[in-house]
Write a protein that binds this ligand. Structure first.
Ligand SMILES: Cc1cc2nc3c(=O)[nH]c(=O)nc-3n(C[C@H](O)[C@H](O)[C@H](O)COP(=O)(O)O)c2cc1C
Ligand code: SF4
Ligand code: SF4
Length: 313
């Protein structure tokens, strides 16, 4: 892909496949200015986000000459070739693994860059996420010079109450400052992983029954249900990175392979999308800590999530 030195708002939005909502994109500040290792070097940051943590981190790591690119938009557009001085990826860990779409993207994409970095966001337990990404990206021929993690609000609804999570100080600014300094100085480093963390991940895989080659790839209709509280506002149809929701004459219909990102559940204004109870032995079992508490990163707007994930426009 040919890179421009400067990208206009119009071309940036075109690249995101969302020109019609340009006013809101500008208002949401898609392209912030921050320090970059070298003001002339071009940086591309790919991101995947369900509730905004990764978009927030990606924005904070963006310099003057940075393109922020949403992986679901690139997949929709079939774009798999990129060249820049520095290329980064920011994604949330799901069971310590990358989201399925990120995994498939890194397998297909051809990246040309002098320096590659990855920042993985998580909420409670990262285990060997760094090694997992190193393995997957290396096997895909896209090895990364720098891989680090950053702890954020944990949006895993089965175990965490979002109202409690937002009260916890996870030292995000301090951690982000260190990561920014590392990346701006093109540090070559992978955050170390302990044997205990590897064992914890193995234990999780045994309990969850997830396929390590796939990670979280569920059937949305099997795990979620839309209740009568739905007001047909259509938000779920825009925030799903898989385009699983449709507004029909008989209400909202949902079906399809699901990243389990929770963008739909967390952003529904009516709390009308709920987990379905599962038979014994199925993971996750359909219970959640607080069905009335929902989360989106405080710096990220609903429009930002729509722009990042929308598969409909
Ligand atoms: C399906 C799923 C699985 C998750 N698994 C983990 C995990 O294994 N360890 C962890 O610490 N956080 C886990 N989380 C929490 C997210 O990684 C974390 O909240 C992340 O910052 C969310 O990023 P986002 O707001 O960009 O979507 C999980 C969240 C989801 C939705
Ligand atoms: S976001 Fe919620 S209320 Fe809006 S259409 Fe979807 S399920 Fe219904
Ligand atoms: S159905 Fe919901 S959880 Fe699944 S990919 Fe779409 S937005 Fe994410």
């Amino acid at each position: 892909m040919i890179m421009d030195n400067k990208i206009s708002r119009r071309s940036a939005l075109k690249r995101m496949g969302a020109a019609v909502i340009s006013g809101a994109a500008v208002a949401s500040g898609l392209f912030p200015l921050a320090s970059c290792s070298d003001s002339k070097s071009k940086r591309i940051i790919f991101y995947f986000t369900g509730t905004g943590n990764c978009l927030y981190i990606a924005r904070q790591l963006a310099g003057e000459n940075t393109e922020l690119l949403s992986i679901p938009q690139l997949v929709k557009q079939g774009k798999y070739e990129f060249e820049a001085d520095e290329i980064g990826v920011v994604y949330p860990i799901y069971g310590h693994m990358p989201p399925n779409m990120v995994r498939e993207f890194i397998k297909k994409v051809r990246l040309k860059a002098g320096y590659k970095f990855a920042v993985l966001t998580y909420g409670a337990r990262k285990c060997d996420a760094v090694e997992i990404w190193d393995r997957i990206s290396r096997n895909a021929g896209n090895s990364f010079d720098y891989i680090n993690t950053i702890i954020m609000v944990d949006n895993w609804l089965p175990n965490f109450d979002m109202n409690e999570q937002i009260k916890i100080d996870k030292h995000i600014p301090e951690n982000l400052q260190k990561i920014t300094a590392d990346i701006n100085s093109q540090r070559h480093w992978h955050q170390p992983v302990t044997e205990e963390e590897r064992q914890m991940h193995q234990g999780f895989m045994r309990l969850s029954g997830l396929d390590p080659e796939v990670g979280f790839l569920m059937e949305s209709e099997k795990f979620f249900a839309v209740t009568d509280a739905c007001i047909d506002c259509g938000i779920c149809t825009y925030v799903c990175p898989r385009g699983n929701y449709e507004l029909t004459s008989t209400g909202v219909k949902m079906a399809g392979d699901c990243e389990f990102c929770f963008a739909c559940i967390q952003n529904c204004p009516q709390h009308a999308i709920q987990f379905r109870r599962q038979k014994e032995g199925i993971f996750p079992n359909g219970t959640e800590k607080n069905p009335n508490a929902r989360y989106r990163n405080e710096h990220i707007s609903l429009m930002d999530i729509k722009l990042a994930n929308n598969q409909k426009l």
